[in-house]
Design a protein around this ligand. Structure first.
Ligand code: ADP
Ligand code: MG
Length: 438
């Protein structure tokens, strides 16, 4: 069949060969002098767990075939062979080798993924980030539900992956579902699957993401966008691991760790009755809040050099340097897109750059504009001033400006001031700054 074959007199001989060189398949008889074929399979798998073994059993000995599979054989072949069986052997050998190859490949990919999501690849020196990583390393191996909050681009998904790949579930799937990106009527079947005929277009049975994530981790991104009726179903999975696929009355049980993320303020969503409080408490067992980059400027220089290095490597060039002046401009930036914005900008600079040190003039225009004029603090007159009143006036002024600029759209005003919407609403009420009645 075109394979090169090594033969061994007995199991001991076979083990010696397998431990010394790479083989793709073991084909072994059961009855051999010394160690038998089943024991050989077990011993081979101790040091080569992916190596497929096919065991040759006596004709009609059903017991032996069951034992062979139990011992970890890929499959069994009954002897005596007949000429007509050669096709079967050929297919079996091809399949066994293919499965072994896939297993090895999968193991390599897994370990690459695990290396990629090692904590050391989460870059940052700030106390805020260290604190986050400290929690992450503590919760990784617990099975508890984690809720990661933070603005877009702060690293929520990266953190979720780091938790998974540092947990005992690392060898299983990390499945992500973006609850905000999937239309509501499809999300349920995406999460829980559906049976054939559950709805128009449900031509076939389909497994949901929860089934795919069994024994692994599911990452529910933008959980704040989930509809209240689905929230009820999710709550049930969190409580007892059961759900019903769309159109089915049979419950399924899974063992899945849930990590949820949102850039919304869920407490506010609860007050507005968009989010169930019971689900919130169930999700928020371990809260992890990732601060926006502007609140941890210490991380900017290390992230800049990290992404310069990554982008240079991807482009196959030498790592580019950056001038002090350019770095200062980067550090003064407010990074509304957070880490993702740094990542994208560095990639762009490396691709467009001429290979030398990155200069201030290479940065896009927004970086050259002078930082917004900060209103200067009032000078204290000799007679002194009321700290509270002065601060109140200052705040009222900023809030009024933000409201005017956004035509009293409080969501956008809150964004403009990088303030929590609830806090803004409270302040507006307290200061009587609501939109003048018309
Ligand atoms: N501390 C960090 N160190 C290295 N890369 C980071 C860090 N934080 C975020 N990133 C990268 O920035 C990008 C955005 O992060 P992501 O986890 O997708 O953010 P979010 O889910 O909060 O929108 C990703 O490519 C991620 O790998
Ligand atoms: Mg994200």
């Amino acid at each position: 069949m075109g394979y090169s074959v090594l033969s061994a007199r007995d199991a001991t001989d076979a083990l010696a060969i397998v431990s010394e060189q790479h083989v793709d398949l073991v084909l072994a008889d059961i009855k051999m002098p010394g160690i038998n074929g089943l024991e050989l399979v077990r011993q081979v798998h101790e040091f080569a767990p992916d190596l497929p073994c096919i065991v040759v059993t006596g004709y009609g000995s059903a017991e032996h075939s069951v034992e062979a599979l139990r011992a970890g054989a890929f499959w069994y072949l009954e002897k005596p062979f007949e000429q007509g069986h050669l096709d079967v052997v050929r297919r079996l050998v091809e399949q066994a080798i293919e499965v072994g190859r896939l297993k090895t490949e999968n193991r390599i990919l897994q370990s690459q993924l695990q290396a990629k999501y090692r904590f050391s690849n989460i870059v940052g020196n700030s106390a805020a980030l260290r604190n986050v990583l400290d929690i992450v390393s503590k919760v990784a191996d617990a099975d508890s539900t984690v809720l990661v909050t933070g603005e877009s681009g702060t690293g929520k998904e990266l953190i979720a992956r780091a938790i998974h790949f540092n947990s005992r579930r690392a060898g299983r799937m990390f499945v992500t579902v973006n609850c905000g990106a999937i239309p509501e009527h499809l999300l349920e079947s995406e999460l829980f699957g559906h049976v054939r005929g559950a709805f128009t277009n449900a031509v076939n049975h389909r497994e949901g993401r929860f089934t795919l994530a069994n024994e692994g981790t599911i990452f529910l991104d933008e959980i704040g966008d989930m509809s209240p009726s689905l929230q009820v179903k999710l709550l049930r999975v969190l409580q007892d691991g059961t759900f019903e696929p769309v159109g089915s009355s049979h419950s399924m049980t899974v063992d899945v760790r849930v990590i949820a993320a949102t850039n919304q303020n869920l407490e506010e969503a609860i007050r507005e009755r968009r989010f169930r409080e019971d689900l919130y408490f169930r999700l928020n067992v371990i809260p992890i809040e990732v601060p926006p980059l502007r609140e941890r400027p210490d991380d900017i220089p290390v992230l800049v050099s990290h992404f310069l290095e990554v982008a240079s490597q991807e482009q196959g060039g030498t790592v580019e340097d950056i001038s002090q002046e350019a770095l200062e401009l980067l550090c003064a930036h407010s990074w509304p897109g957070n880490v993702r914005e740094i990542e994208n900008l560095m990639e762009r600079l490396v691709i467009l750059g001429s290979g030398g040190e990155i200069q201030a003039k290479d940065l896009p225009p927004p970086f050259h504009q002078p930082a917004a004029q900060r209103p200067s603090a009032p000078v204290i007159p000799p007679s002194g001033l009321s700290f509270r009143d002065t601060v109140d006036d200052f705040e009222a002024n900023l809030i009024r400006q933000a409201l005017e600029q956004t035509q009293w759209n409080k969501n956008r005003a809150a964004q403009l001031l990088r303030m929590n919407r609830t806090t803004l609403l409270e302040k507006i009420k307290k200061k009587g700054l609501d939109q003048p009645e018309r």
